[in-house]
Design a protein around this ligand. Structure first.
Ligand SMILES: [Zn+2]
Ligand SMILES: [Zn+2]
Length: 719
């Protein structure tokens, strides 16, 4: 075969099929007489189609992940070769590159097989596959991509086929007949087991998954049944307690789960304990949803009850629900410690996606160190009022018995917070507040001990940072509530003081539940899970309430009434409408939560003159006014400012487009490849007011109140 030396001599291939694979392309030897690669040139916008096709080859169904990536900016090179890259990505078959199989390191799955007599069960993911290729977006012609196939066979270093139906050397009895169980099915099966779904439903889904790769077969079904049963037994017998000593146990966990850890520092004389957990799936979600978007923190969780408090980093997913993408277990939030793990987290994302960055970071604790966030993420920090709101509301309900007094106190506290921006003297307003409610001794005692000492710090933080929206606050709160339900509604309450228990809970049950939520939504399967996931934030539940159910008190703006959708004889009274500190009398709100009635009423108030504007909107307005007031002479700087502002406007335009479109297919097509199955692409993604959901599927039930046996019953209906 001839060797081609210039990219310009290669034909551009654009196969007509929706997806295509390497077999549909003609490969050319490219390079010099000493070194050549197999290459093909395709339009850059067909790269996704190629990767999808390459994943679905019958002999070796697989996934490809990005093992390495690099980027250049246009104009950064003066001289370049014709195959120089603008973007460089190395894709590796997900059954490699590490070899955990025979002769390799530890089997990652070994902990699930402790009790099987069959020593030679199949390795589950890493098979040392060396199949990989590179996609170069060409610097000289960015509309084209050069695919360089380094190794097209799915073989290990010894040259043996190492996965797929052709893997004749698979270990274990019957292995030759079992089609390979890919990561996704395995994750699905594990998730379902961890969530307590009945075995017969798990098996049905498991077989469905396998049949994507092979024809129905009784033998396959019976083997799958054994597999699922065995996995279930192993999960049941698996324990968080790897050692009686918690510290030793955690060290063992760390040793076995290197891939799910982005930072670890053991306790020593000089350093405190820090454990940063992030699974590969979480990393992918962080890269996908965090890029040019927001990261939020649910900090200081369990500060009183857990051995070490938990700090969660969240992204807002395609439905703007909070999705946990990293957990940090530590007692230290000192600047140097925080800097260390923040840096490790950013480096990890950048090693996969160079140029990955976030636009903003939401904090919920005024005591949080802001400098490390600003220094490392180089982005603005926003403040969410959800934690202070929740804490006040819970204590008001707990400590004041009269509902009228509860309403008034909450309203007054809200006013004090709002007055921060009006330049009113806050300490004077507080004194007045204390005098007016002097008879509410229990609440005032709480307020004095818990808030007065740090109030100044909170006020200055709230004043200096932009305030996050109600939707974001509701989403973070929804995560917080779910976490609490999972951790504290448990028979293992005695284990709260063990870190290994916390880590086990997070990485098994909680991780599985978020994984399944996202999977159900993206693949449009598990309808019950999907519906419950969609309705899991009060913002989404509020969207289900029609405007006609809300009546406002026009005269004094004192209250609003919301007619219940389930029981037409029931009306909820929302006191102080239009404010973040509105008070609703429904049971969800009485537990301190931001309820759908408050959100709905505030959505309506935003469009009516005379009601207050939301704090996040006021923050936004202030930024724009500052920008506008900035004095500029008629110089190049003005042109530059003009250009930047236009860019910003452009981006905001796109965001609005995304938020208002019912079908984001068109927008999604322009986005980078996502790691979901071909069928599972999100067709309805970003939330919108026109989201077509049947009424009544929004459930306002508290996950805390949900009984375990109810959950089982509901899950048994899963299909
Ligand atoms: Zn492979
Ligand atoms: Zn309510």
């Amino acid at each position: 075969m001839d060797i081609v030396e210039s990219v310009f001599s290669l034909p551009v291939q654009d196969p007509p099929e929706e997806d295509f694979c390497s077999a549909d392309l003609t490969w050319t030897k490219f390079g010099t007489a000493e070194h050549q690669d197999d290459v093909a040139l395709i339009p850059y916008d067909r790269v996704d189609a190629f990767i999808i096709g390459e994943c679905s080859i019958v002999e070796c169904p697989t996934r490809f992940h990005i093992e390495r990536g690099r980027k250049r900016t246009m104009g950064s090179l003066k001289e370049y070769k014709d195959d120089e890259y603008l973007e460089y990505r190395q894709y590796w078959c997900s059954f490699g590159p590490e070899n955990y199989g025979e002769g390799g390191g530890i089997l990652p799955s070994r902990r699930y097989r402790l009790n099987t007599r069959n020593r030679a069960a199949r390795p589950q993911s890493m098979r040392g596959c060396i199949c990989h290729f590179v996609v170069k977006r060409l610097y000289a012609r960015p509309s084209l991509a050069l695919i360089i196939y380094n190794e097209r066979r799915h073989v290990n270093k010894s040259g043996f086929v190492c996965h797929g139906p052709l893997d004749r050397d698979a270990i274990g009895p019957g292995a030759k007949k079992i089609p390979y169980i890919c990561n996704e099915i395995q994750q699905q099966t594990m998730s379902m087991i961890y969530l307590g779904i009945p075995e017969e439903n798990i098996l049905e889904k498991h077989i469905e998954g396998i049949q994507r790769y092979c024809a129905p077969d009784a033998k396959v079904n019976s083997l799958a049944s054994q597999y699922v049963h065995k996995l279930g037994m192993i999960v049941k017998r698996s324990t968080h307690e790897l050692d009686l000593d918690d510290q030793a146990s955690i060290r063992m966990w760390v040793e076995r789960n290197r891939k799910s850890i982005f930072f670890y520092q053991d306790t020593s004389e000089t350093d405190p304990f820090i454990l940063g957990i992030q699974t590969e799936w979480q990393l992918q979600q962080m890269i996908r949803f965090g890029h040019c978007s927001l990261i939020a923190a649910d900090s200081t969780f369990g500060i009183k009850r857990l051995k070490y408090p938990l700090f969660t980093l969240l992204v807002f997913d395609s439905r703007q629900h909070a999705l946990p993408v990293a957990w940090v277990v530590t007692r230290s939030f000192a600047k140097p410690d925080m800097s260390k793990w923040l840096k490790a987290l950013l480096d990890r994302a950048r090693s996969i996606e160079p140029g990955w960055k976030i636009s903003g970071f939401l904090i919920d604790d005024a005591a949080a160190e802001i400098d490390p966030i600003r220094d490392i993420f180089c982005c603005p920090v926003l403040f969410s009022l959800w934690r202070v709101r929740r804490s006040w509301l819970r204590n008001i309900v707990k400590k004041c018995s009269n509902i009228e007094v509860q309403r008034e106190i909450f309203k007054r506290l809200g006013k004090i917070v709002c007055s921060i921006w009006d330049g009113v003297n806050t300490s004077f307003a507080l004194e007045e507040f204390v005098l007016d409610f002097v008879d509410q001794t229990a609440f005032l005692e709480y307020f004095r001990t818990s808030w007065v000492p740090k109030l100044e710090m909170w006020i200055s933080t709230i004043r200096s940072l932009p305030v996050a929206s109600q939707e974001a606050s509701g989403a973070i709160e929804a995560y917080h509530v779910k976490l609490k339900a999972k951790l504290f509604d448990d028979s293992h309450l005695g284990a709260l003081q063990r870190v290994d228990w916390l880590v086990h809970k997070l990485t098994t049950e909680l991780h599985s539940s978020y994984w399944l939520d996202r999977y159900a939504d993206e693949s449009d399967s598990f309808q019950n899970v999907k519906e419950e996931y969609i309705a899991s934030t009060s913002w989404h539940r509020a969207l289900q309430i029609p405007d006609s159910a809300v009546t406002l008190d026009d005269k004094d703006h004192l209250f609003a009434k919301v007619l219940s959708q389930k029981d037409s004889s029931l009306t909820h009274l929302v006191w102080n409408p239009g404010s973040e500190f509105a008070f609703c009398d429904c049971s969800w709100s009485m537990q301190g939560n931001l309820c759908k009635h408050v959100i709905k009423v505030n959505m309506i108030c935003r469009n009516i003159q005379g009601y207050q504007l939301s704090k996040s909107f006021l923050s936004f307005k202030e930024i724009l006014m500052n920008l506008w007031k900035k004095p500029m002479d008629d110089s190049v700087e003005l042109d530059q400012a003009n250009a930047w502002t236009h860019q910003m406007l452009d981006q905001m335009q796109k965001l609005v487009e995304l938020n208002t479109s019912t079908h984001i297919g068109t927008v999604v097509d322009k986005m980078p490849l996502k790691w979901v199955s071909k069928k599972g692409r999100t067709s309805v993604g970003k939330p919108s007011s026109t989201l077509a959901l049947p009424h009544g599927c929004a459930k306002g039930k508290s996950p805390v109140a949900r009984k375990k046996n109810r959950k089982r019953k509901r899950l048994s209906r899963l299909r």
